[in-house]
Design a protein around this ligand. Structure first.
Ligand code: ZN
Length: 285
């Protein structure tokens, strides 16, 4: 199953477009894309049993005017993990962590596919990341059951203004990574059965001139998805619709020589195997 948020409404991908979930379910699910995570098992059952069998449903083909919102627009919690790929820890000049460094991206930083992002003053960097979407409440999960709590996977950018992020006397990860638009997400949420191996997906990003900035594999994470769910849920109950940004591979702008950051007019194209391509244009304030 592949879900998206088009014009603020939850839609389900069909063979040749999208189906509006609220219309197809006679109002049982949707239209708010966030609402479905609170009743994820029932929604999944409905999709398997009914949505795919229904003929004659209106198919939406999003045109150029369509607004792609984040597939998870208002999560209660967003967790993000720093330094979760060895080569990124190396380029950042720090040792590989023994405990995952955790921060948040505040929910007002979420945006969607094909949306402009206003660059604040400073040095704004890219970080392509696999994003986990929780499908059930989970407290003190074990590795064996961790994946069962996941609704699906999507793609995000953990955009980061490095000056504020690294300002003293203590770093400001959560604030420096939470300007409006600093968490583009999507274009779709993809459920686990769509992947051959959800623990091993190629991911990367490039700019409009086709220069590859980052390219890696999620199998290179220091703490894989089950381990992150175990460690986060050992402290915080994870709630349906919560997000986990799982960290970025090497190739960020701050790790380059010379350093390079995003500029107005840059088009950032991010992708993950089996999920899709997320495109955002940077604009000046
Ligand atoms: Zn990150």
């Amino acid at each position: 199953m592949r879900l998206a948020n088009i014009n603020g409404r939850l839609v389900l991908r069909a063979a040749d477009g999208f189906i509006d979930v609220a219309k197809a379910s006679d109002g049982r699910f949707g239209p708010d894309p966030q609402s479905v995570y609170a009743c994820w098992p029932q929604f999944s059952t409905w999709v398997q049993a009914e949505a795919r069998a229904q003929d004659g449903l209106e198919i939406i083909e999003p045109g150029i005017e369509a607004v792609w919102g984040p597939p998870v627009p208002s999560p209660r919690q967003i967790f993000a993990i720093g330094l979760n790929y060895r080569d990124h820890a190396r380029e950042s000049g720090v040792t590989v962590p023994e405990e995952p460094p955790v921060f948040t991206k505040f929910p007002t930083s979420l945006t969607g596919h094909l949306r402009d992002i206003t660059l604040p003053e400073g040095s704004v960097d890219w970080e392509v990341e696999l994003v986990v979407v929780m499908g059930s409440t989970c407290h003190r999960a074990t590795r064996d059951t961790a994946w069962q709590h996941v609704a699906g996977l999507t793609l995000g950018q953990d955009l980061s203004e490095r000056r504020l992020q690294l300002a003293g006397p203590v770093p400001q990860f959560s604030l420096g990574k939470s300007y409006p638009g600093f968490a583009p997400l999507g274009p779709e949420l993809v459920t686990l059965e769509e992947f051959d191996d959800p623990d091993d997906l190629e991911l990367g990003c490039n700019l409009q001139d086709d220069e590859v900035l980052q390219k890696g594999r999620t199998s290179d994470m220091v703490f894989d998805v089950p381990e992150l769910i175990v460690r986060l849920s050992a402290v915080c109950p994870l709630l349906p619709g919560d997000l986990i940004f799982t960290g970025t591979p090497a190739g960020v702008g701050a790790g380059r020589s010379p350093q390079r950051f995003l500029a107005p007019g840059d088009v950032l194209v991010s992708w993950i195997e089996g999920i899709g391509t997320l495109t955002n244009r940077m604009v000046s304030a």
